[in-house]
Design a protein around this ligand. Sequence first.
Ligand code: 1CP
Length: 362
Amino acid sequence: MDQTAIKNTIFMRTLRRESCERPPIWLLRQAGRYMPEYRAIRQKVSFLELCRNSQLSAEVTVMAVDQLGVDAGIIFADILLPLDAMGVGLRFAAGDGPVIDRPVRASADVDGLPTFEPAEKIDYVLEAIRQFKKSRPECPLIGFAGAPFTLASYLIEGGSSRNFDKTKLFMHKESAAFHKLMAYLARLTVAYLSAQKSVGADCLMLFDSWVGSLSREDYEEYVLPHSQAIFEGIKGLAPAIHFGTNTGGIIDLMASAGGDVIGLDWRVGLADTWARTPSLQNKCVQGNLDPCLLFAEPELIAKRAKLLIDSVGGKPGYIFNLGHGILPGTPVEHVKGLVQFVKSYRPAKGAGAVTPESVGKI
Ligand code: 1CP
């Protein structure tokens, strides 16, 4: 593996907040159901079979990178795979999303969770990383894991949720058990991310997708210490991205929990949030087009991408992305067009930039 070549890519340079000619781009869920080639593979294997097949997972990761021409790959896997390794009965029911057959609903359920080495139980993801790096050694690769709160929400709810009512009730009523569960998930996540780094991941990403459902008080008390423990645990290994959605109300707290990069969704103004949040000052920012915009006319997509890039004004440390994953049914040509636009557009320095002085005037 040529580490110098990787270090000099626009993605890794931006992670070091070096000034670059343009923002790097990759897209959340860049490999997925919107791609006909992905759907063809899924005709033959189930989603979990695809994840457990290292060769196919590496192929799907390469497919997205090659087709789109993005500046980084993200290993094809899922944040729920460690739950499978816990033996709680993870299934992906057709059309219904994930189901956990034996959810965590009591303190005794937390005590019963097994201790295991992710490097042994989730070895197929590590092998997929090795294979990707073998076939695309020059392409930076993002390894990832789910954050404790988001994983706990699936474990407690037994699947996806709209209001997270069971999770919050457990958190408030069984605080000690909830903290124990979060600490268990944090330890596991440090081991899992470290293992991904050791086999070739260049950047590590923590997905706290649903943490935006919490109040500031609950985030500070029940989540922040555990997410912080993860960033402490992987410190110095690789640059880390900390991502969540609907996080406008807690973004300062999330940034203080850790991560070299904070991922934002479209509900907030990216440049504005970056300029006025003290805990974001020494960090990179990633985001934040609405994935639904990709259904619109290419002219509008380019217009909004230009506005976003101009608003950042060439500030080092900006990574172009969507605010959440590409949706099924998105026209592939629109996604390719967006990548081409971001890679070819060169903003005038400072043009349209949001500065601390201009915040509130736009
Ligand atoms: O083929 C299919 O039907 C499966 C659809 C699918 C895909 C393509 C799922 C099921 N997961 C994935 C891949 C995936 N998941 C990636 C791959 C890499 C890439 O981005 O290209 C990643 C990073 C994830 C992470 C993931 N899984 C998250 C965090 C990111 C996010 O979207 O917020 C979450 C919350 C999941 C859970 C999940 N996986 C799949 C489903 C249907 C769900 C449930 C989502 C929900 O609760 O609404």
